[in-house]
Structures are given as C-alpha cells and as structure tokens.
Write a protein that binds this ligand. Structure first.
Ligand code: KG4
Length: 336
C-alpha cells in the first residue's frame, strides 16, 4: 500500500511517500527565509510560493522514494486547520492526482497528523494526552482510544509559538524566533515578573496574548527610558511563564482523566525547558512521555501520509468536491 501525502497548511510545502507504514521519502520546502523579511508569515505570499514549489517537491519525493505516480494507492492531503489560500494549493494538487489516477483522496487533519507522527517511533498507547504546541496551535487533546479525539483545552487567543515569535521580533531576532528564545533563555534567569492569564481559573484553555503584549510594552518602556533589556533574562522569563502555563494545565488534565501516556508535538516541542520540566514532572508520576523526533515535530507531509494510510485502511474517502477548511476541528476529522 503506497500513500502519497501533501502538506501546505502554513509556510512549509511538503510531499512524502509511505509504503505499508514505512517512510520512503519526505521532502519539505520551507518558506521561512522569505517570510522572515516580514517578521511573520504573509498568507498571500505563502499561497503563491506553495503554488510555485509544489511540483518540484512532488517530483523530488517521487524520485527519492523511487515511486511512480501510477504506483500510488491513495493521495492524502492536509484539509485544515491552516491558512485557507495555502491549504487550497495542496488540496488542488491532491484532487488533481486523485482524479487523474482514479485513486482515493484522503483528507487529513493537520493536528491529528502531528499527534500520529509519533507512530514513526513507537506504537501509541491509550488513554493518551496530546500536548500540541506550535506556531499556530496550542491544544490539549484527550484520546481515549485510537482515532478518538476530545479537545480539553485550547488557546483563546495566540498560540504559544506565535507568542514566542512576536517576543523574539521585539528583541530583534529573525522569524521564527522561538529557537533563539530557547538558546538565550539557557543563559538567563527568570527576573522579569510577567503575567499568566487564566491562572486559577477553572479551565484547561490557554491564553498567551497578554504575555506577548506585556513583554512588548515592557521592552518599549525600558527602551524609552534609555534602559537596556537583559535579553537572556527576558527570554528565560517569557519561556518559563509560557511553558509553565502549558505544563500546569497538562498536569490537571492528566490527573482528571487518569492519563498514563503523554505525547508532545508541534514545533514548540523542540523547546528545551518544556522537555526538561515535563520529563521531570511526568517521571515523578510514572507517566510515559514521548516527543516525536524533531524532523517530524515541525510541519511535514510524512505525518500526513502516515495518518492518511491509517484513515484509508479505516475506509475514509472524500469526494472530489471537498474543500479545505481553515477551522476544521479535530473531533470532526471524519466529517467533510
Ligand atoms: O509546528 P511548526 O513548525 O509550525 C507552525 O505551526 O507554524 O511550529 C513552528 C513554531 C514557531 O513558532 C517556532 O518559533 C517554534 O515552533 N519553535 C520553538 C523552538 N523551535 C521552534 N519555540 C520554542 N523553542 C524552540 N526550541
């Protein structure tokens, strides 16, 4: 069974090929350098670059896997969530291939893809809590069994990665600045007193925009007074404040739902403080913790092909009239 996956939800154009669960190729073309000029992803530019790149990425993925389009049994594609124009490019490519080769089209939920990327390293055990932390999403998802998703909490405003990227921008780091915040934080101390919204409120939702705005205002005020910001300390303060919000909510969810397995995914799962602190807290509680390898934590099509194959085997198929859905909920992954 050969599945070709396509990903284009944000600023990475990806095509990957999976054969009976094994990854044959995974090609990702990142647009990050181009968006860096604007300090963030420009949706219109992202769509245009996907349209320009997709053919080259597709060709390279086929060559690396030594597979011909006619050998592919199913075409899987990210249907959402993501940027609507960007999603359209991947969806049109997948629909065209499915129509030309008369093979099934499998729509894949982007965040479900991130969670199932973990299956490249180990079999997932349930009940499981997925902590999805990326540039576009921050969610706690409970999975009582395979392909059963319940969103326990999500951000009410910005994603954690977006908060890091905007703070990085005001500190003068290039986009996306999350990794640089992480590097500087290692040398700093938590000296700045920053707010944790929704602390003490009975919700598993997150909020990061107050933290972001607070840091931006603090940096501007210090600059206006001619004082210098201690960048390392600021990075450490922001990182600890944001990450502890995620960990505290996750621990409440783990206790409440008696979860024994935790998977962390999305680009922010690369964060060293998150890794260290979560490992420490969960090992105390004898809970299994898994971080998918870095190559599949950031956006890629390998996870789309992998989950696409599973969905195909469960009988999921979409009509060629399907459209992308930028706000597709993970619970609705079978509804289109
Ligand atoms: O999942 P991802 O590749 O795509 C989006 O959803 O956009 O995540 C990218 C995000 C960016 O916000 C980036 O700054 C953040 O992941 N990131 C990090 C680290 N590495 C990447 N944030 C904190 N610490 C890191 N080491």
């Amino acid at each position: 069974m050969i599945t070709l996956g396509i990903e284009s939800s944000c600023d990475e154009t990806g095509v990957a090929i999976v054969k009976d669960g094994q990854l044959l190729s995974n090609v990702v073309s990142s647009q990050a350098d181009i968006h860096a000029k604007y300090g963030g992803v420009m949706p219109e530019v992202a769509s245009r670059l996907h349209a320009e790149n997709i053919i080259f990425v597709l060709k390279e993925a086929l060559e690396k896997a030594d597979v011909k389009l006619g050998d592919v049994d199913a075409f899987a594609v990210t249907r959402g969530p993501g940027l609507i124009g960007a999603l359209h490019v991947g969806m049109q490519a997948a629909k065209t291939l499915a129509m030309l080769f008369d093979k099934p089209l499998i729509p894949v939920h982007h965040l479900a893809g991130h969670i199932y990327a973990n299956e490249f390293v180990e079999e997932m055990k349930f009940p499981l809590l997925a902590i999805v932390v990326s540039g576009g999403n921050s969610e706690l998802v409970l999975m009582r069994e395979d392909l059963d998703f319940e969103v326990l909490g999500e951000t009410r405003d910005d994603a954690i990665g977006e908060c890091f990227d905007k703070v990085a921008r005001v500190l003068g780091f290039p986009y996306p600045g999350g990794a640089m915040i992480d590097e500087h934080a290692k040398k700093g101390k938590h000296t700045y007193n920053l707010p944790t919204p929704l602390k003490g409120v009975d919700t598993l939702d997150f909020s990061f925009s107050g933290l972001k705005t607070n840091v931006i205002n603090l940096v501007h005020n210090l600059e206006q007074k001619g004082e210098t910001v201690n960048v390392d300390d600021m990075c450490r303060s922001v990182e600890e404040t944001a990450v502890e919000q995620v960990i505290n909510k996750a621990l409440i969810a783990i206790n409440r739902y008696e979860v024994k397995n935790v998977v962390v995914c999305g680009g922010v799962s690369a964060n060293s403080y998150l890794r260290e602190k979560l490992s420490e807290e969960l090992s105390k509680r004898h809970i299994n913790l898994s971080f998918p390898p870095m190559w599949c934590c950031t956006d890629n099509a390998a996870m789309i092909a992998k989950l696409g194959e599973k969905l195909y085997l469960k009988g999921i198929r979409a009509p060629l009239t399907i459209s992308p859905d930028p706000n597709w909920r993970i619970e609705d992954y079978k509804t289109f």
